[in-house]
Design a protein around this ligand. Structure first.
Ligand code: SF4
Length: 423
């Protein structure tokens, strides 16, 4: 048995309580297994255990073998002097505190099929290892678990935003601009897009917001893509503008090779995204303030509705032409921007300002947005786990990426259900 599973069995009392006895034969009663410690030190704090006729309060350590105690040097570590019980799967040594006093040990009689159920969860499967149990998971359990998952996901995003705020002297507009840029990269180009935004402070764009050509010149120039453009009136104009603005603001472009075009549909080429980002930047100054003050999802969406300049209506790259047509930011892209930029920023802002209504506004927004339709969400649907809003889809994406793919079934509520329910 793995140590993590033994710990889990102890934590959740998944053992036969009537059979508990120390290896010396003293009866054991677990009144409280203690609190799991995820940091250095004993595995469980503040346990309450009756051994024989004596009630003990203290810490508990869990190992597969008794000899692990010595192998981990706990017999010389004062932090382990308050261990009242050593919980093990196999007894192969007596163990002692630094004082030389012997520590009681208990071979944990785990529920008999716990290990086999856990092994089944750890087996690699095409999507999730608990698939055959999913239709039995109570909806109420799933609903509560999605709430917790969504909170965890938001916390990860809040952490990223806090780092951005630290690096921008608490400039919310700048943090929003960089987050927005990252999400304009729609996954595959998110890193170069973020680097592009970081290389070009928003304040420079704001100074030239009346002149879309200058904004495009700065963005395409800083992206490195302008260097690769063939000669044309438009490209020459951008190069001329960029040369002047680059010197004026002492700008350093990023490496053009960071951008990826392979397997992308032309409307998602970085050139198209940069052209749309340029128009959005030129049309909206203080976009984050507008987002904060928007009264409805429709108002919020309308803030991101814009197309490209004329040149990009007939081009996908500097080399690749297209039939002339409007190329606005699509509804699905606006949805991604709302989910991944607006919601986390609003939520973080609400927390900073101790404004619960702002945090509520962020969560309500997620509930108003339709779910993403990516491969993860489609797969969950095959197992009848259906996302009805972006709140759900974000939670399910988090579950797959942060739990299923990392084999963290012991920390998952569905995993707990699978491990503990009667067959
Ligand atoms: S983490 Fe949870 S949902 Fe994912 S495979 Fe394990 S038990 Fe299933």
């Amino acid at each position: 048995m793995k140590e993590a599973l033994l710990q889990y069995a102890w934590q959740h009392k998944l053992f036969y309580t009537g059979k508990l006895a120390t290896i010396k034969g003293e009866k054991v009663e677990v009144i409280d297994p203690g609190q799991l410690n995820k940091d250095a030190g004993p595995d469980f704090f503040n346990a309450k255990i009756k051994i024989g006729e004596t009630l003990w309060a203290g810490n508990v350590e869990v190992h597969v073998n008794s000899s692990d105690w010595k192998n981990h040097h706990h017999s010389e570590d004062y932090a382990y002097n308050n261990i009242i019980l050593h919980v093990i799967a196999k007894h192969d040594a007596d163990i002692f505190r630094t004082s030389g006093a012997e520590i009681e040990q208990l071979i944990l009689p785990c529920h008999e099929d716990l290990e086999s159920r856990h092994e089944a969860l750890m087996e690699p499967k095409s999507f999730v290892s608990c698939a055959k149990h999913l239709d039995k998971v109570p909806r109420i359990l799933l609903s509560g678990w999605k709430n917790s998952l969504l909170t965890e996901r938001l916390e990860l995003k809040v952490n990223d935003i806090e780092i951005l705020l630290q690096n921008t002297q608490n400039n919310w507009e700048e943090a929003f601009y960089i987050t927005l840029a990252r999400n304009f990269g729609t996954g595959i180009n998110s890193i170069p897009f973020e680097l592009l935004a970081k290389s070009l402070p928003q304040i420079y764009l704001a100074k030239h917001k009346e002149n879309l050509t200058q904004i495009e010149a700065m963005l395409f120039g800083q992206s490195g893509l302008l260097n690769q453009s063939p000669t044309s009136d438009y490209a020459n104009k951008l190069k001329q503008e960029y040369s002047f603005l680059k010197a004026k603001y002492k700008l350093q472009p990023i490496d053009a090779h960071l951008w990826k075009l392979l397997r992308l549909r032309p409307q998602n080429f970085p050139h198209m995204r940069i052209a749309q980002f340029a128009t959005l930047t030129s049309k909206s100054s203080k976009l984050f303030s507008k987002v904060v003050n928007a009264k409805s999802i429709e108002e919020m969406e309308s803030l991101f509705e814009c197309s490209t300049s004329e040149y990009w209506q007939s081009h996908y790259t500097f080399n690749k032409t297209s039939h002339p047509k409007q190329k606005p930011i699509g509804k699905s892209t606006i949805k991604i921007l709302l989910i991944n930029s607006v919601v986390p920023l609003l939520f973080t802002y609400g927390r900073y300002k101790s404004d619960e209504r702002m945090q509520e506004k962020a969560l309500t927004l997620l509930e108003q947005i339709t779910p993403e339709q990516n491969s993860i969400i489609k797969k969950w649907k095959q197992y009848n786990i259906v996302a009805t809003t972006a709140f759900d889809s974000q939670a399910l994406i988090h579950l797959k990426k942060q739990y299923c793919d990392c084999k963290k079934c012991l920390q998952c509520r569905i995993g707990h259900y699978v491990l503990t329910q009667n067959p």
